[in-house]
Design a protein around this ligand. Structure first.
Ligand code: URA
Length: 277
């Protein structure tokens, strides 16, 4: 405090400028935000909360006048140039999802990586190339095929690239799993995709997606290959849900290929039983 009003005003202005500066730089790439060293809890609570009320989501997820492709397109428009969490600041392109809007099988990974950030499509890097081989071996594809129940859809827990160092989105090997808070912010959009697509089966790829969707702290080795019923509020239900290893894990440890192949054979049998009269 100062007795001099002019000095007092100057001090206040300096303090105010510092506060504004601190807030402005919090989510800018180039600054290592505290979310790098600590979980995101405090940071997320400081940005405007995700506000996608049920009435907004259901206006496209459940609109009978629109095709599923149109509903997905409306959802994509609604997400827009998303900055609802810090991932939106550092990502290059949002990877919304790819495949059949009317898919019987939905694969869910953890989040885009370097290649996906550039192409704006899930699973197009090395793990994605392996996923395409796994799909081909299971007689499934992300591309249109006949009969159309073989044409699947792929999405992720988060739609933007989670980076270890968000100050440099040109770096390779800069991937990290999304945090629980990032997944929570993005989850209404994944749930809306599920409500629109209404798949019969969901395959969670890897520990992050498996744990988040099953709401468990057990690890993938415990729950992979096990079918459970999965329910989404307002969605089609129940959906048969099975986690398996992430293709990136197979690239690191090829001995996991055998169990993933078992899981894919089970998926194929269940799918064929469900679609064939
Ligand atoms: N890993 C994922 O989980 N998703 C992608 O889209 C790419 C790599």
């Amino acid at each position: 405090m100062s007795d001099n009003p002019r000095e007092e005003l100057t001090n206040l202005a300096v303090a105010l400028r510092r506060t504004v500066q601190r807030k402005k730089t919090r989510f800018l790439p180039g600054k290592k935000g505290p979310w790098l060293s600590k979980p995101l809890k405090t940071e997320i609570s400081q940005i405007p909360p995700l506000f996608t009320p049920e009435s907004v989501l259901s206006s496209f997820t459940d609109n009978p006048d629109l095709s599923k492709a149109e509903r997905l397109a409306r959802l994509r428009d609604h997400i827009g140039d998303c900055k609802r969490c810090p991932l939106g600041v550092s990502r290059i392109q949002l990877a919304f999802g790819v495949g059949n809007p009317d898919a019987k099988v939905l694969f869910i990974g953890e989040g885009p990586g370097y290649a996906e950030d550039r192409k704006g499509e899930p699973f197009v890097g090395p793990a994605g190339q392996l996923l395409d081989k796994i799909l081909a071996a299971t007689d499934l594809s992300r591309h249109p095929v006949e009969p159309s129940w073989k044409w699947i859809y792929i999405a992720n827990m988060v739609k933007c690239h989670p980076m270890i160092d968000p100050s440099d989105n040109t770096k390779r090997s800069n991937d990290r799993p999304p945090t629980a808070e990032e997944m929570a912010v993005c989850s209404p959009f994944l749930l809306a995709q599920i409500r629109i697509i209404r798949p019969l089966f969901i395959v969670a790829l890897g520990n992050t997606a498996g744990q988040a969707l099953l709401k468990t702290e057990e690890t993938i080795s415990k729950f992979r290959g096990k079918w459970v019923d999965f329910t989404v509020e307002g969605g089609p239900h129940p959906i048969r849900f099975m986690p398996t290893y992430h293709p990136a894990a197979l690239l690191r440890n090829s001995s996991l290929k055998k169990v993933v192949w078992e899981d894919m054979k089970n998926l194929k049998a269940a799918l064929e039983a469900a679609v064939q009269p």
